[in-house]
Design a protein around this ligand. Structure first.
Ligand code: PLZ
Length: 444
């Protein structure tokens, strides 16, 4: 590994070089594009991000769950280097190439279910979600899409409509796409009903709201993140996803699993749906699929995927050859290094340490997640009132100490941990020490 796997602070974070770059950013880049930790990166690998001032930060973010195999992972670099020297682009819709086909073959093998599957490749997660809905609509001849509270599916017009949160994602950007209906999410920590029956009650509400407000026969697709990401790492209790799967099968609707954040070993399985053996009709993937290069996919039942007329799916860059090479390299890394197993080990470390911190910090209301996708929800002690102020204070104190950590949640009160699976146990523990210290410094 080229970068020494050690945290090191040589200046404040951000340091003078990053501050200069931030001034250039302020002058040249639209303000609407924010930055969470304004330390400008020059290099990254394993569990370390190096900034322009020479600071070495511990990475608990993976560029929002993207560099699951680590930054510049060897198999990704090797395959990208080979590919980029041969050709950079032809457009698969003009003169095709093998890498695209090979990624589609691998997705058919790796995604849940052993039915005949096909794939179409795109550039971003949002684009994959948009296309999954297009496919579901053509295949069913219906238009309604059902999504969930706290969902995040992207920033394009249709995906904004599917995303639940106003600020910052939707505010002022309407009008939004129509025929989108939202129902309650099985959110154990905040479920108002019987805590032992969250899966059943949430499903009952889904079923009755769809019946009354949409009509079963109108539903093209039900789209859900099997563990919600931006919404705050909300893990539905066992039984909720299988009920949705059965409902979709019974009513001729397409179940779309948005595994853009949860997919590719992140949760300790290849896909989060695998945890309960749920087999979605369509699955959207992106992020972890290609080790940091922009690639996204819709994979699903061959008969659904093939319902769209020739020429109906595509895009100039979809399945770019360099991104496909990167994806094959990332999958190779996942297989050779048993990264599903590594995600489970990381979960064990986080559960143990976060449980210990939560026992001493009454502001931590919930510890949850799966694999290397763990989170804590912060509340005012003695209540479940969200505490976004403390959440951002803990995040900022961690950033200052050289830990890249992200927040999430509809109420901005979730600290989420998404380390690359290539991180060492030492760096995990050190990062968790920094979280613990940040609480000691900031919590009342
Ligand atoms: N579906 C489940 O997590 C992207 C958003 C970051 P794109 N999540 C990170 C931000 O603030 O823009 C995401 C996701 C799920 C879809 C998407 C969208 O993926 O590649 O960002 O378009």
């Amino acid at each position: 590994m080229p970068v020494e796997q050690r945290r090191r602070l040589v200046t404040a974070v951000p340091g003078p070089r990053s501050i200069d770059l931030a001034a250039r950013k302020a002058a040249a880049v639209a303000d609407g594009v924010g930055t969470i930790v304004p330390a400008y990166v020059v290099e990254a690998s394993g569990g370390i991000v190096v900034d322009a001032d020479g600071n070495q930060l511990i990475d608990f973010g993976s560029g929002i769950a993207v560099t699951t195999v680590g930054n510049s992972a060897p198999a990704v670099v090797a395959r990208v280097q080979q590919a980029v020297e041969r050709f950079t682009h032809t457009c698969f819709m003009v003169t095709p190439y093998e890498g695209y086909v090979e990624v589609a073959e691998r997705l058919a093998e790796l995604t849940p279910g052993d039915h005949a599957k096909k794939t179409a490749l795109f550039n971003s997660g949002a684009e994959a979600v948009e296309n999954a809905i297009k496919i579901a609509r053509v295949a069913t001849g219906r238009s309604a899409v059902v999504c969930f509270d706290h969902a995040y599916h992207g920033r394009t017009n249709l995906t904004m409509a599917l995303t639940a949160k106003d600020m910052p994602y939707k505010h002022g950007f309407g009008p939004f796409a129509s025929e989108v209906y939202r129902t309650p999410m099985a959110y154990p920590y905040r479920w108002p009903g019987d805590p032992a029956r969250v899966a059943e009650e949430a499903f009952e509400q889904f079923e009755s709201q769809v019946h009354v407000q949409v009509g079963e026969s109108q539903v093209a697709a039900v789209i859900i993140e099997p563990i919600q990401g931006e919404g705050g790492f909300i893990v539905p209790p066992d039984g909720f996803l299988p009920r949705l799967q059965r409902w979709c099968a019974d009513h001729g609707a397409v179940l779309v699993a948005d595994e853009i954040q949860t997919g590719f070993c992140r949760t300790g399985d290849w896909f989060a749906c695998d945890h309960e053996g749920v087999v979605p009709d369509l699955i959207t993937t992106a992020k972890g699929i290609a080790g940091g290069l922009p690639l996204a996919a819709v994979t699903g039942r061959a008969e659904l995927m093939d319902a769209v007329h020739v020429g109906g799916l595509g895009g100039t860059y979809g399945g770019n050859p360099i991104a496909c090479a990167a994806a094959l390299g990332a999958i190779e890394e996942m297989e050779t290094h048993d990264l599903t197993g590594r995600a489970r080990e990381i979960e064990a470390i986080f559960r143990d340490r976060l449980g210990g911190i939560a026992a001493r910090q009454p502001a931590i209301g919930d510890v949850r997640g799966r694999g290397a996708m763990m989170a804590i929800e912060l509340v005012r002690p003695g209540s479940k009132d969200p505490d976004p102020v403390l959440t951002s204070a803990v995040a900022r104190a961690s950033h200052a100490q050289g830990l890249v950590v992200l927040t999430a949640g509809s109420f901005g009160n979730v600290l989420r941990f998404l380390p690359p699976l290539s991180i060492s146990d030492e760096l995990l523990h050190e990062g968790l020490d920094l979280i613990e210290q940040a609480f000691d410094k900031t919590a009342a």
